[in-house]
Ligand binder design. Sequence first.
Ligand code: SRM
Ligand code: SF4
Length: 571
Amino acid sequence: MSKKDGKPSPNEGIKERSNYLRGTIAEGLQDLSTGGLSADDQQLIKFHGSYQQDDRDLRSARRKQKLEKAFSFMIRIRVPGGVSTPGQWMEVDRLATEYGNDTIKLTTRQAFQLHGVIKSNLKRTIREINETALDTIAACGDVNRNVMCNANPDASALHAEVFEAARAISAHLTPSTGAYHEIWLDGEKVGSSKDEEEPIYGKHYLPRKFKIAVALPPNNDVDIYANDLSFIAIVNGTGLEGFNVAVGGGMGMTHGQEKTYPRVADVIGFVPADKVVEVAEKVMLVQRDHGDRIERRHARLKYTLDDHGVDAFRGLVEERLGYELEEERPYEFTENGDRYGWSENQDGTFNYTFYVPGGRICDNEDCRWRSGFLEIAKILQGEFRLTGNQNLVVARVSEEQRSEVERLIADYRLDVHERHTALRLHSLACVALPTCGLALAEAERHLPDVVTELEEVIEECGLRHDAITIRMTGCPNGCARPYIAEIAFVGRAPGKYNVYLGGGFFGQRLNKLYRASVRSEEIRDLLKPVIEDYARNREEGERFGDFVIRQRYVKSTSNGLDFHHDVVLPE
Ligand code: SRM
Ligand code: SF4
């Protein structure tokens, strides 16, 4: 437990009393007089990979009718490193129809989400997910979440090694509680908490969520600088040498509370490849024991790091390891987006990366994502890879299968990236309304329209093929990692956004507040002069985010601590 004085946060008590995450979830599921669960169980069920939500589009109508909120559950399915088999894809697709809202959501951390599962279907849905060799444990909650891994489409041999590291970290840090099996899979009951232990987590688990990513330069598609802990693969002539270790990234903050801030991670050293799991564990244990358990808004590793200082934090990790981290090795990132279309692997197989707007797999007038990917899954001998940008790669397609996949792409019009601007292809929005209980404004349903408006300016300026990262979230929690985008919109109230500019193109630098509480319909006119200035006055190869800092639209920020201050507005 934290050594800070004060009363532990209520969540600490919920965990302590929960008998290793059981609480009264099993009993609550039986009670069909309500579509929801008790307040404590709503916290605990997160550790099992599910959130109680309600359809916010229906809230006021139901209130008027004096009805309970339209409760349902979101289920997050872990997909370590984003790699899923065609069989698993087909099952997730089936579950989305049978129990969900007929869509599959690909998340910003390479997981699947099902929305709209009602309480009476929750258990069978989670059980059937497990039957496909996927699971939902630790997809949410105060534990290590889905471990991300580079979805690099054209470096197969290396991808396999890097993916193996992500998979091993994920497996090692998965909670061992029997509650998951007991509640969802009808596993044998463990008599009492005395019979059980969590060797890594203990009964209080972590102070807060914990996120790990593994990147393979030059692509930073997992946004390592936004993770609590990340590993950057260092490759030499003969293969994978090891990983640089970075700590202290995180996005979440609260409007108006300057003690909360986003932060980009610091690289603290290098470890050989065979030590990566051990280092992951020890960093997590330092956070387990030194993270703030009193103030949840101050409980992420980024705050622990800033409270201790980077050197002292590294010292705590090394003390547990019993050896020092080596000096960080040189590396270079050049992008954090996905490369669309076909690419070839070293082993002669092929990959196709699809741009999936909002990561939402459904059929609509423009494109039949759901049907198309299902048909591909039925024939594919390779694998699916979910990317950290909510996109999808169909990977390891054999030479023989390539034309068949190509035909399906054409039949279902899945090659939309060929028709879009680079701005749209670098856009990312969180779920927000109607399912997210924390959303203050729209995001997934609104960013495409904002991009359409900005595209007029982009086209006029001849910037159709110039990539600019642009992200929107419905609240400051930062689920689409907005604070490292070159342009970002963060919801403040319905139809109103804070506009941030100046993030690093490959996610290495935070942006800065440019204008607060901008009405959505004002965004185009606000950004038009900046985009025009960029088109006219940028230097050769200069990125939009770098340009707005050079032109002093916003000040550069080295890290989160000065995030809220020094807003410099143009003359
Ligand atoms: Fe997130 C909470 C959705 C990635 C920071 N996030 C939520 C909840 C569960 C709302 C809630 O607590 O009731 C959202 C559910 C919405 C829904 O209806 O599905 C939600 N987060 C998402 C997803 C689905 C966004 C998406 O459109 O893809 C992403 C799921 C990732 C996954 O598969 O695990 C998602 N969330 C992120 C990221 C990005 C990342 O991890 O790379 C962040 C910023 C990085 C970070 O953690 O600092 C993020 N989510 C948060 C936070 C703020 C945490 C903080 O430190 O303050 C919350 C709120 C909280 O934890 O209290 C939150
Ligand atoms: Fe919900 Fe806010 Fe996350 Fe968007 S950023 S999904 S609105 S918690």
